[in-house]
Write a protein that binds this ligand. Structure first.
Ligand code: HEC
Length: 140
């Protein structure tokens, strides 16, 4: 057996060629993973939701970026505000969701949420959720 083959065999046995770095080291703060762990149970892959229960985010979530009330709503909605994600992780998940689910209304120049902005909105509890939603969207 040549040295090269022995070396490749060693790498495979050590899991270095197949696995890469351990998943926790690489994905602890990956917003997609956090979406899967904290949001996807209700919002489903692709943010499609459940008609009549959990709103569809696809081609829609970006509409809330139209004003400050809308940005606040995205953070203050209970599933987001009350998650166990910290402010910085929640900012990353929202930025990821906006770009992933709604390319129609969100371009690369949109003003990304920062941890400080999330902290500011999160300190205020949203009580009338659907009223706040309708107000931003201009629905009755
Ligand atoms: C237990 C189910 C559940 C989980 C988990 C959940 N949500 Fe939600 N989400 C909802 C429901 C239901 C609504 C509709 C508003 C309401 O009644 O709270 C909603 C609405 C939203 C909206 C506003 C969409 C709109 O069109 O009004 C955003 C943004 C959102 N959620 C983000 C998140 C994020 C981010 C997470 C994860 C950190 C999350 N949600 C986790 C159930 C959930």
């Amino acid at each position: 057996m040549s040295r090269k083959i022995e070396y490749v065999g060693f790498l495979l046995a050590a899991g270095l060629l197949t696995n890469g770095p351990p998943p926790n080291a690489r994905e602890a703060n990956n917003p997609h993973v956090n979406y899967m762990l904290h949001c996807q149970g209700c919002h489903l892959p692709g943010g499609v939701g459940h008609p009549g229960i959990v709103p569809n985010l696809q081609d829609h979530i970006g509409l809330f970026l139209r004003n400050e009330q809308g940005r606040a709503y995205l953070v203050q909605v209970p599933g987001a505000a009350q998650s166990s994600l910290d402010d910085s992780e929640l900012a990353d998940v929202l930025n990821w969701m906006l770009q992933e689910f709604d390319q129609r209304h969100v371009d690369a120049n949109f003003v990304r949420f920062t941890s400080a902005e999330v902290a500011r909105y999160r300190a205020v509890k949203l009580t009338a959720v659907s009223a706040a939603r309708s107000k931003v969207l201009g629905e009755p």
